[in-house]
Structures are given as structure tokens and as C-alpha cells.
Ligand binder design. Structure first.
Ligand SMILES: [Zn+2]
Length: 381
């Protein structure tokens, strides 16, 4: 993870980079900020920067061997500790490392609830148990393998039991070039003994503008919907992304329904669909079309064998895989062009009923190889 991939927080990023330039990297730091402010992402980007073999003035290079391993969260000198739901007293964070990488690569702004969703948690309490504390001590007793630094990122030290005190000695006198980056949300719930041994990196909540900007730049949102979500999320990007996913979920269902109707060329049902969409309002129509464009793009990537670049939630991915079986790359390109055109026309206040009917007919044509006479446009009465 590079700094430039993280929303806002310009001042914190600069401060962290300065610690490296001024050669005053503290060996135990506490990243403290509210949920959705990006503490975990910043700690990872900082660790990647520290280990980068070709540091740039404002970020890690992103391409050196260290950066590439960091980007997969699989560098041998990067360790994670986090709360989990132990089934066995010998379970440690390492037991769940695969799920952790998956969760974190999907969303660096995850919270404990999202993390719980990746685990078979039942009703168990999350914590960082004594077995994990011993594991940390063991892991950090070795010298770094490849990088200058061996770094442990401990997410939510609030969940360390009293047993966390087992870590005090290693936090206070770690091996040379060993760093502890703790990422917390509630200062009151951290063991005082640990608090007093770490240097504080304060992370403020994101501003309305920072969240809005992130949603527009990296999540295909229009100015209008980004503003709405930014307002409702109250500085919490985790919350904003959850709202977005909720919205995408309904667009996904609607979009797939539309393609199915077009594919089976069901005239009356297509008309009913057009009716429904034309009542959605312009901003929703634009978001719906943008969703369709990005979904089709992901389908195209899947078909081109670039599945590793696809970032879709599990259910949407499954649908995309099924759809790629009945489409060709040229079909996805043709559909994408139609959607782009429709988006252009919605922005310019085209009549939604005429527009969506026309796009539907074009998509029917693409999906069914049927040739309508050139320039045919069906206008409802
Ligand atoms: Zn690098």
C-alpha cells in the first residue's frame, strides 16, 4: 500500500515521511484515530515506505521487490497481529492469516464487524490471546530476513487482555531494527503500561471534502452522490464504503436483470424495466449507468485473463463469471460504448424513457447478433 492510495491525511503522511528523512523513527508507535480515518492503511504504507529500496520524496516506489511483496501483504519482515475468535487456546493470528490478507486486500478500512464476517466467529468474543503474545515475542526475536526493518503491525491493541503485559519487555527493548506499529481507536481501552511505552501518532477523522474526493476519484461516484454519502458518513470512510456497497448491490441486481431481459429479448418486460428506470431520477440513473460501465469493464478483464485485476464482491464476481460464458470481448465493448453514450445523454437531460428504451434495443442487438435496420430508434407512444 502506497501513501497515494490512502484518502486524505496529507499532514499525517508528511509527518511520517519526515520521521524517515530526519532519521528519528521511533521503535514503538501508536497510530490513534477514529474508525474510518485510515490508521491501518497509514501504518501499512509507512511500513512499506520504511522498507522500500527506492524511496521517493513523497512515497514508496511501488515497484521494487520489497514494495511488490508489501502490496500482497506477504513480505517476510512484515507481521500482523489482530483480534480473532479463538476456537482453540493455541490459535494465534497466524491461524487466520489467509483470511486476514483477503479481508485487508479487499478493504483496508475494515472494522471488527467486517473482519468478523471473514471468520467463523459464532458468538465468540474477539481478543488477542496469550498464545498470540508469545507468538509475537517469538517472531520478533529473529533479525529481519530481507529488509532493514522487521515490522509488526498490531491492529486494535484494545483487545489485548492483561496478558498483553507479556509484550512490555519486547516493546521497551526490541531487537535492533524491529518496529511496533500499534493501530488503535480508543485510547481509554489500551493497557496503560503499553500506552506509556509508545509514541503517539494522532490521526484525525477525515473531512467531508476528503471523503467526497475519495468517492469521486476512486469509486466512480458523481459529485452529487459523493456529496450525499460524505455528508452521511460523518468523517468515517468505513461507513461511507459500506453505504456505497449497499447502493452498488441494488444497482448490481438491477443491471444484471436488465442484461438478462435484453439477452432473452423479452419486449414487454424490457418496457417495464425502462419504465422503472426512467422514474429513478437523473442522479440515480447516472450512478446506475456508471455501475454498469464498471461491471462490464470487470467482465472484460475476466475474459482477457486479467482476473487478478478484478475487484468485485464474491456474489457479483460469480455473476460476472457466468456472464462471461455467454459474451465475447467485442460484445462487452459494444455494450460499454452504449452505456457511455447513455450516460452522456442523461447528463444532457435526454428523455429517460426514450433513452433507456433505445439503449435496451442496442443491447438486445449486441447480445443477439440481430441486425436492426441502421439508425432504427423505437420511440414509445
Ligand atoms: Zn519500493
Amino acid at each position: 500500500m502506497q501513501f497515494k492510495q490512502i484518502a486524505g491525511q496529507a499532514a499525517v503522511k508528511q509527518k511520517l515521511i519526515n520521521t524517515v528523512n530526519d532519521n528519528r523513527v521511533s521503535h514503538a508507535q501508536l497510530f490513534l484515530g477514529p474508525e474510518g480515518s485510515g490508521g491501518l492503511a497509514l501504518a501499512i504504507a509507512y511500513a512499506q515506505y520504511l522498507s522500500c529500496e527506492d524511496k521517493q520524496p513523497d512515497d514508496s516506489c511501488g515497484v521494487c521487490s520489497s514494495c511488490r511483496k508489501y502490496q500482497k501483504l506477504a513480505h517476510p519482515d512484515l507481521h500482523f497481529s489482530y483480534p480473532f475468535f479463538a476456537k482453540d487456546k493455541n490459535d494465534t493470528a497466524l491461524t487466520f492469516i489467509e483470511q486476514w490478507r483477503e479481508a485487508l486486500l479487499a478493504n483496508t478500512y475494515l472494522n471488527l464487524d467486517i473482519w468478523r464476517g471473514y471468520l467463523d466467529a459464532e458468538n465468540k468474543q474477539a481478543n488477542i490471546n496469550i498464545a498470540e503474545c508469545h507468538q509475537i515475542i517469538k517472531k520478533l526475536s529473529f533479525k529481519p530476513f530481507e529488509s532493514i526493518y522487521k515490522i509488526l503491525i498490531l491492529w486494535l491493541p484494545e483487545y489485548l487482555d492483561k496478558e498483553g503485559n507479556a509484550l512490555l519487555k519486547i516493546i521497551e527493548e526490541p531487537q535492533p531494527n524491529t518496529l511496533f506499529l500499534l493501530v488503535a481507536q480508543n485510547q481509554d481501552q489500551i493497557l496503560n503500561t503499553i500506552l506509556s511505552r509508545t509514541q503517539l501518532v494522532k490521526i484525525p477523522a477525515l473531512s467531508y471534502e476528503e471523503i467526497k474526493e475519495e468517492l469521486i476519484q476512486n469509486h466512480h461516484q458523481t459529485e452529487f452522490s459523493a456529496a450525499e454519502i460524505a455528508y452521511l458518513s460523518n468523517g468515517n470512510l468505513t461507513e461511507a464504503l459500506a453505504m456505497l456497497q449497499q447502493e452498488n448491490k441494488s444497482y448490481h441486481t438491477l443491471f444484471v436483470q436488465w442484461l438478462r431481459l435484453c439477452f432473452s429479448n423479452k419486449g414487454i418486460e424490457v418496457m417495464a424495466f425502462v419504465d422503472q428506470v426512467s422514474k429513478m431520477g437523473r442522479e440515480n440513473q447516472k450512478n446506475f449507468l456508471r455501475y454498469g460501465i464498471s461491471f462490464i469493464r470487470e467482465c472484460c478483464l475476466l475474459m482477457s485473463g486479467a482476473g487478478n485485476l478484478v475487484h468485485l464482491p464474491a456474489q457479483e464476481l460469480e455473476t460476472a463469471q457466468k456472464m462471461t460464458a455467454v459474451m465475447t470481448i467485442s460484445m462487452t465493448q459494444a455494450i460499454s460504448t452504449e452505456l457511455e453514450k447513455a450516460h452522456y445523454h442523461v447528463e444532457r437531460n435526454a428523455n429517460p424513457k426514450i433513452l433507456f428504451l433505445d439503449v435496451s434495443l442496442q443491447i438486445i442487438k449486441v447480445l443477439n447478433f440481430k441486425t436492426l435496420p441502421q439508425g432504427t430508434h423505437y420511440i414509445p407512444n
